[in-house]
Design a protein around this ligand. Structure first.
Ligand code: NAD
Ligand code: ZN
Ligand code: ZN
Length: 348
């Protein structure tokens, strides 16, 4: 099978021919149909963060495909079932976080495309208990961005506890941001969209944002304060200064939800006096649970969300990464795999 492999940080990915992996006990073998390119994959390939993956590894955590084999003991997934492989590759299932509904905080978790090989490949093995079934009303092209970009921003809006009529600032209208706008509105908020690219702001407008702010040409804090400020600010841009800007836009009682992950060493400046007297909450939000993803798929199947994505071939992975970094991609790029890959697994 073909796989896109990070062989060294800051080197182009290599398309390598690899053996189709065998599903171990509790695992399934998934033939990928699609996999989205999340900015996290670019951070992974660059070794940007304090905890680094170990090359060689296969990125990809927006994988959608068909279960082709089941390892020993797997009873909860069917051969032929369509499933999503998300960032939460597996967790211990028994710690306090796994038990109380916060499995993405499990300290024993494995992450697809980071600590274990992910879905930038024709086949991937995955923990059968952590793949999430994709309902019929969701295409594989739409399901891929929903598996991280959708899941993460849906969860970010949940932890923000948006009340109807509240104003939500979304900073960064990329893969995550275009879905964040929609979830904020579903939860009753009105949206102020902030980006530095005109095309992304046009999309935000199309998706129903009440205001759009071009941070490339106006000072975003002054512009948002002139509108009366924000109840919730969700930061999806990978630049530390955007967190400071978002904080400065909050009204009393405001919540800053931190989602974007700038490179190692980035810090935000939190003025203590304003935080205290304005009763500000600062919340970190990491992806979402399997149940959150079930809800994200259900909303999409019900026609409540729209995914904006363009397809690319896995062979063009390095060009696709360059496109994302240049700011030219309207929302999400998704690798689409041939329906019948040249290499087929040996069924045992
Ligand atoms: P993306 O590249 O598609 O989008 C980022 C957007 O930020 C782009 O539209 C870009 O134009 C915009 N931007 C850049 N500078 C800006 C500025 N100064 N002000 C406003 N907007 C600006 O990336 P993505 O895939 O949406 O991911 C965004 C970030 O979220 C990445 O750091 C990624 O690693 C992180 N992420 C976090 C989680 C989590 O669970 N916390 C999950 C997925 C991704
Ligand atoms: Zn656990
Ligand atoms: Zn992601």
């Amino acid at each position: 099978m073909k796989a896109a492999v990070v062989t060294a940080f800051d080197q182009p990915l290599e398309i390598l021919e690899r053996e189709v992996p065998e599903p171990g006990p509790g695992q399934v073998l998934v033939r990928l149909e699609t996999c989205g390119l999340c900015h996290t994959d670019i951070h992974a390939a660059g070794g940007d963060w304090p905890v680094r993956p170990t090359p060689p590894f296969v990125p990809g955590h927006e994988g959608v495909g068909i279960v082709e084999q089941r390892g020993a003991g797997v009873t909860n997934r069917r051969i032929g079932e369509r499933v999503a492989i998300a960032w939460l590759g597996s967790a211990c299932g028994s710690c306090r976080y796994c038990i109380d509904g916060r499995e993405t905080l499990c300290q024993q978790q494995q992450n697809s495309g980071y600590s274990i090989d992910g879905a930038f490949a024709e086949y991937a093995v995955a923990d059968a208990a952590y793949v999430v079934p994709v309902p019929d009303g969701v295409t594989s092209l739409d399901a891929a961005p929903l598996t991280c970009a959708g899941l993460t921003t849906y969860k970010a809006m949940k932890v923000a506890h948006i009340h109807p009529t509240e104003r939500v600032g979304v900073f960064g209208i990329g893969g995550l941001g275009h879905l964040a706008i929609q979830y904020a509105q579903i939860m009753g908020g009105s949206v102020v969209a902030v980006d530095i690219e005109r095309a992304k702001l046009s999309l935000a407008d199309e998706l129903g944002a009440e205001h759009t702010i071009d941070a490339g040409s106006v000072e975003p804090v002054a512009a948002i304060q002139a509108l009366g400020g924000l109840d919730v600010a969700v930061v999806l841009a990978a630049s530390a200064h955007v967190f400071d800007e978002a904080f400065a836009c909050l009204r009393p009682g405001g919540r800053l939800v931190c989602v974007g992950l700038p490179a190692d060493g980035a810090a935000m400046t939190v003025p203590i006096f304003e935080t205290v007297v304005k009763g500000i909450s600062i919340i970190g939000s990491i992806v979402g649970t399997r149940q959150d993803l079930v809800e994200v798929f259900a909303l999409h199947a019900a026609g409540r969300t729209r995914v904006v994505a363009q397809t690319r071939s896995l062979e063009d992975v390095n060009e696709a990464i360059a496109e994302v970094l240049s700011g030219d991609v309207t929302a999400r790029l998704v690798f689409e795999f041939a329906p019948e890959p040249a290499s087929t697994p040996v069924v045992v």
